[in-house]
Design a protein around this ligand. Sequence first.
Ligand code: PMP
Length: 419
Amino acid sequence: TETGLQPERLDLDPAPVAPERDLMSKFDPLIAERQRLLDSGVTDPFAIVMEEVRSATEAVIKGRETILLGTYNYMGMTFDPDVIAAGKQALERFGSGTNGSRMLNGTFHDHMEVEQALRDFYGVSGAIVFSTGYMANLGMISTLVGKGEYVILDADSHASIYDGCKQGYAEIVRFRHNSVEDLDKRLGRLPKEAGKLVVLEGVYSMLGDVAPLKEMVAVAKKHGAMVLSDEAHSMGFYGPTGRGVYEDQGLEGQVDFVVGTFSKSVGTVGGFCISDHPKFEAIRLACRPYIFTASLPPSVVATATASIRKLMTATEKRRRLWDNARHLHGGLTQLGFRLGTKTPDSAIVAVILEDQQQAAAMWQALLDGGLYVNMARPPATPAGTFLLRCSLCAEHSREQLDRVLGMFADAGRAVGVIA
Ligand code: PMP
């Protein structure tokens, strides 16, 4: 009977569970912090829209002509006519995308060309292109070092390096930022027979400081470790042929793997690793961030090829970029700002502010005056610092930089950063 079935049905009902837990509630502190910042009257520094981009150094933001001093367009290649022409041609000949992995249907003529351009640029036998620089670090680190092996990394490493460690199964050892002594000490404690990879960066992007690669590579070799150097912020203008800090410090043939990106000096998007290791090609067979994602669109790799080939002979641009870095660094020092480095060591000049409030007020004053710089704060920055990061472009004119210095002087006085 119906009544006879009822107890059975009740038994089958699921046991009562707690009300659904909102997984988004963990973001409440972040939402509140952002709201406090907006309530203080500033534009959200992390929601800027480039309404128009006029050149490598100028855009329209909030309807206003703005000088760009916070992009990684170091060599100003984004509007190079040859680069644009190469992209257009590939777009027309090969279509807008590849629809697949490099492993399957996603390797086109242009992917082969860009890897050849990289081998020529770096003078090496091997080059593998990834969809971003982030994925190049993720893929290389997680694939190179496995269970029972060690990754030894600088404490101020880029997020992509940390994430590469997390994705792999190796033991992770951190050493104090740029400390050769600490690296030596930590390597000395590891089992002699275990495989080890020391991961370094040529230029550290937050403060724009340079690694003592020569000493670090010597220490790594002493302990039998291989070395990977991320040269994202030095490609194109560091070293005699623009290969990076490792070239500048005479380390060719000693750094086993160099990781780089197309999103900075090259002026488009993509990442890569180059190496002379005879078995380097095997990475393609085992590296998940290479295999399980779509390859870059042909237009993107074609622009990268054109740009990389031009960077090989861009001596004049290189000279202008370094002149610009010196001019800005000197001018800001003279105005009394506290900078990330004592000397102009790279194309990044970081202005150190006291706290979030001061950084936001200064950033806003600059933006209102027609200047865009990057605002950076913890956890991206070292030691809890608040930074306004300026990155120079070879295409910044002297007149633009003098206007920039004028804006920094006015904003710095208005906010009370300088006297
Ligand atoms: N490495 C470093 C040191 C970086 O600064 C960045 C990006 N800012 C990357 C890797 C990642 O590059 P991409 O933008 O190509 O993902």
